[in-house]
Ligand binder design. Structure first.
Ligand code: GLC
Length: 639
């Protein structure tokens, strides 16, 4: 991002309506932009106008940038303009072809690595970023120098990169509900992404999951819109920076994404990519608050959602993407489509969809069929199916974000300050932030005098999740689904069992469940999943066939106290396990710093802090726990 950065004179308070009309770079005195985006939005009805607020971004239009865009637009032909709207996956395009077709962006999908191997060299990321950037800025053959921007799902750390710090997934961060820590997490994540030369993170997810059968519930901070709004804003400030902090899109920051607009967490039955049936007021009240806060904090991109609202796919909704988001709310960055999300619009295919662009998707995430989409879109512009005004508006927004990020002027990725600094990947200071987040995310649901565990105790630590980097991290970790990679590839991890071995100073820790012990910690839970592969018909959790549950029962029969630790992307119906254990801890998906569990479960400096971010289902013997529930040692002692 930008190398030289100095604050405009009137540094505004972070959350007061910022008076600045210029960007944080004092390039030019703020004046009325020479050519504001063509007003393509229609006014809302009087009723809708009362629902959706105008949101003032702290990053106003900058006359210098808008004039520079005018000049560039005037040099671009239709094919060059359309190229900026296309985002292929890195496996499917070479840097040379990206330059040849003036492609605006690339992405790496979950589990897509530059060298095709999870344990490929870290330097491979920066080398490929350099190649894409260098090709896009090469003006040979009369091409225009327009930097390509690489987007990646850094949704709980730089999670595709081996050795990166993996933070707890959002559900755990919602349980911790610590806004200051969220900013630290965003800052650490942005630093690790900057090491690899990537400029854009598809985060934060601002979903408000309302039915935990949804396979993406763990990507939601909470079912409470207020918690989602506050935590989204804070992590965004860490990821992108802010003019009032003097670090907006600086070299240690990223372009970020509020996603998925809108109503992704509200679908009927929790069906991923399903239909959210709500009044417009309910849609805003429940699912719109994260967008108000992140646009108000300067988010530069918004990702359109796969779901429908009242039967209409969001990717094809001009009303939502243009009239509401861009028109009334005033979002002036760009809208990125989701993974072939455009093809779900009636009449569209992966390779052809004027409707998505006309609705207000500015950049199309078309991982494979990018060349066909490009050719079809050029034809659709020439045929008038996509207006020049709409095309120019999309290109203007994309160029605006790239210029705000300093990409035109800062030189290739490897010249950026953090680029190539491998020691920052998994840096101990980042892991310390992650370990604090793990501690604060833990929710104590039951404790019949089994916790805390003495440092002198003889402890059994067993169960399918005791030594499992994949189970403690879940989806979006090294791969899309968070599976299919051997444990030893999860570099830099401490497992739950590792943490007990560190914490039990004068006792013993064993995985041998046949030995005598003072207490047994049994770690069990969900195996990794992502998106639709995690959807459920009901929240029951099958314990009858669970070896872990049978182990709990056998230990209890030997009068060994059992502490159950549940690793999951959401609450599940585990009443029998709660009944069978002496203590029960909801640990969510803690990520690489599994040692944080022992920090709290073994006597020492830390108490439980976490509170349920979602209701915990009853599923049987009435163990229902409302959102906000969570015991602490003192409270448990009084239980
Ligand atoms: C996925 C997800 C989205 C992600 C994108 C790129 O389908 O819906 O959250 O950013 O594709 O991986």
């Amino acid at each position: 991002m930008k190398k030289s950065l100095f604050l405009s004179a009137a540094a505004c308070l972070i959350f007061a309506a910022c008076a600045t009309t210029g960007s944080s770079q004092a390039q030019s005195a703020p004046v009325t932009p020479s050519k504001p985006s063509v007003p393509l939005s229609a006014p809302l009805s009087a009723q809708a106008d009362k629902i959706w607020p105008a949101v003032k971004s702290p990053i106003g239009l900058d006359a210098g940038i808008e004039t520079r865009i005018d000049a560039l637009l005037a040099q671009m032909n239709t094919a060059q303009k359309v190229g900026q709207l296309i985002q292929p996956e890195i496996k499917n395009i070479s840097p040379d072809d990206a330059a040849k077709y003036n492609i605006g962006s690339v992405l790496n999908g979950g589990g897509s690595w530059p060298t095709g191997k999870v344990d490929g060299p870290l330097a491979g990321w920066l080398a490929l970023a350099n190649r894409f950037y260098g090709a896009s800025m090469d003006t040979g053959d009369g091409r225009l120098a327009i930097p390509i921007i690489w987007g990646t799902d850094a949704v709980h750390g730089h999670n595709n990169v081996q050795g990166a710090t993996i933070f707890p997934h959002n559900i755990g961060l919602g349980a911790a509900n610590n806004p200051g820590l969220m900013r630290d997490i965003g800052t650490a994540t942005a630093r690790e992404v900057a090491v690899t030369g990537i400029d854009w993170a598809f985060a934060p997810t601002v979903a408000v999951a309302r039915d935990i059968r949804w396979g993406r519930s763990y990507e939601s901070y909470s079912s409470d819109p207020k918690i989602v709004a506050e935590l989204s804003k804070e992590i965004l400030l860490g990821l992108q920076g802010h003019p009032a902090l003097g670090n907006f899109l600086s070299e240690q920051k990223l372009v970020a994404t509020a996603k998925h607009f809108i109503g992704d967490g509200g679908t009927a039955g929790g069906k991923d990519q399903g239909n959210t049936v709500l009044s417009e007021q309910e849609l805003f009240d429940i699912h719109g608050q994260g967008y108000v806060q992140t646009i108000g904090a300067g988010v530069q991109t918004v990702m359109a959602s796969f779901n429908s609202w009242n039967g209409n796919k969001l990717h094809g909704s001009k009303y939502m993407l243009t009239d509401v988001l861009k028109g009334k709310m005033g979002f002036d960055g760009f809208v990125i489509g989701d993974w072939n999300g455009h093809e779900q619009i009636p009449g569209c295919t992966k390779s052809s969809c004027a409707a998505a662009i006309n609705a207000g998707v500015d950049m199309i995430m078309v991982p494979d069929d990018w060349k066909a989409f490009l050719d079809n879109a050029v034809r659709q512009v020439n045929a008038g199916e996509i207006s020049q005004a709409r095309l120019d508006d999309a290109v203007r927004r994309i160029l605006r974000v790239k210029m705000r990020a300093g990409m035109f002027d800062d030189g290739k990725p490897s010249t950026q300050r953090l680029a190539g600094r491998a020691k920052l990947i998994g840096h101990k200071s980042h892991r310390a932030v992650a370990r604090q987040a793990v501690r604060e995310s833990l929710v104590l649901l039951k404790n019949d005098n089994a916790l805390p565990i003495s440092k002198r105790a003889n402890v059994i630590v067993a169960g399918s999740g005791a030594d499992s980097p994949s189970m403690q991290s879940g989806g979006w970790t090294l791969t899309w689904q968070g599976r299919d990679v051997a444990d030893e590839k999860y570099k830099g991890f401490t497992t739950v069992k590792d943490g007990f071995e560190q914490a039990i100073s004068s006792g013993t820790v064993t995985s041998d469940t046949a030995t005598a012990a003072d207490v047994a910690v049994i770690v069990f839970g969900e195996t990794p999943y992502a998106e639709m592969e995690g959807d459920l018909q009901n929240t029951d959790f099958d314990l009858t066939s669970s070896a872990d549950f049978k182990l709990m029962q056998s230990l209890k029969a030997r009068n060994i106290p059992v502490v159950a630790v549940f690793l999951s992307g959401r609450p599940r119906g585990v009443d029998a396990a709660i009944q069978a254990s002496d203590a029960f801890v909801a640990a969510w998906l803690p990520g690489s710093e599994g040692g944080g569990l022992a920090d709290v479960l073994v006597e020492g400096d830390y108490n439980f802090k976490g509170k349920l971010p979602f209701d915990w289902p009853a599923n049987g013997s009435g163990q229902y726990k409302p959102r906000g529930y969570g015991l602490t040692y003192t409270a448990a002692a009084r239980q």
